[in-house]
Design a protein around this ligand. Structure first.
Ligand code: EPU
Length: 305
């Protein structure tokens, strides 16, 4: 297993935000058995599991603990209209794979930089489709029960959340039931989704982390933020993207403190104007910087991630 462990790993090169300091230990298991082995090396609360860090801000001051990245667990198996994907399979790869087999249901994943595990955990959605629409069951690791298989109902999906977030379950594998459809129709839907994404979201040449805040019930975080002038806001090396107010782009070697400070500015302005407390959609990994910890106490008071 030791060959899959990196020490004092510079995480910046792997995060889509291009931000993040050194992480004391990063494990890269290649399959479920290896992941299980790693999880038993330490007490559960000493290990955090991440997909490919497309939805995570890592502190520029690093993280003193151990994490597991599922990026190398990327097996896909197909049987009829059922597909089973490991947690580390990237959204676009899975979307392309099933499209090529004439199976519909995962067209929305084409524009997602994230991996299947994270997408199940947060019930990723876009363009009118959500992961919970086609998911049948997921194999998860429970700190209390070990490896368990949960059905869609047991996963308690809701907007951008699932039971995994409440109970710290780690998604290892997900099984989907898809519908046969002509390949050209699936591909054309995927092209539309990509075109939508290109028009509405910054691509990764402008390092970013996707939507920063969740949409509050019945409203849009982007619309609220836009209305209070967020598109003019910046802090240090980061700024709000000029075409959508719920994105932050790292345009000038920004740090995690810059991102959190800008998030705090955005949060405070919306709270003042509308008395709505936006909840971050992105996760944060850090702990070494007092000022960052203070901001996180406020931003993550409802969703301790
Ligand atoms: N709007 C503004 N100003 C802005 C941004 C948006 O007025 O600066 C308005 C739009 O005009 C629209 C409404 O707000 O009327 C909603 O905006 P949009 O259609 O862009 O969708 P969204 O709610 O901001 C959600 C997801 C995206 C997903 C898209 C497409 C959340 C937090 N975001 O965005 O997910 O791709 O719908 O389905 O639910 C992600 O999570 O990383 C992500 C990109």
């Amino acid at each position: 297993m030791s060959e899959h462990l990196e020490k004092d790993f510079e995480i910046k090169k792997l995060t889509t935000f291009k931000i993040g300091g050194k992480i004391k230990e990063v494990y890269f298991p290649q399959n479920i058995d290896e992941l299980y082995e790693v999880l038993h090396l330490k007490a559960q609360n000493e290990l955090k599991v991440f997909g490919n860090l497309s939805n995570t801000l890592v502190s520029s001051d690093g993280y003193n603990g151990s994490i597991i990245l599922t990026t190398k667990m990327d097996n896909i198996e197909l049987s009829g209209t059922r597909v089973v994907a490991d947690a580390g399979v990237k959204g676009p790869k899975l979307s392309q794979f099933v499209a090529g087999k004439g199976l519909s249901g995962l067209e929305f994943m084409i524009g997602f930089p994230g991996s299947v595990g994270g997408e199940v955990c947060m019930n990723a959605s876009a363009n009118g489709q959500a992961i919970s629409d086609t998911l049948v069951c997921a194999t998860c690791y429970s700190p209390q029960k070990g490896i368990i298989k949960l059905t869609k109902d047991e996963l308690e999906f809701d907007y951008r959340t699932s039971r995994c977030q409440k109970e710290d379950l780690i998604v290892l594998q997900a099984e989907f039931e898809l519908s046969p459809k002509p390949i050209d129709k699936i591909k054309s839907q995927m092209e539309d989704n990509l075109a939508f994404r290109k028009a509405h979201q910054p691509n990764l040449t402008l390092p970013n982390c996707g939507s920063i805040f969740k949409n509050p019930q019945g409203d849009s975080a982007g619309r609220l933020l836009d209305s209070i002038g967020a598109k003019q806001m910046s802090f240090g090396g980061v700024k709000v993207w000029e075409n959508h107010a719920n994105f932050i782009v790292n345009n000038n070697n920004g740090t995690s403190f810059d991102v959190l400070s800008l998030m705090y500015k955005m949060y405070t302005a919306v709270k003042k104007e509308y008395n709505i407390e936006l909840e971050p959609e992105i996760r944060f990994l850090g702990g070494n910087n007092e000022k960052e910890n203070e901001i996180c106490q406020i931003l993550y008071q409802k969703t301790q991630k």
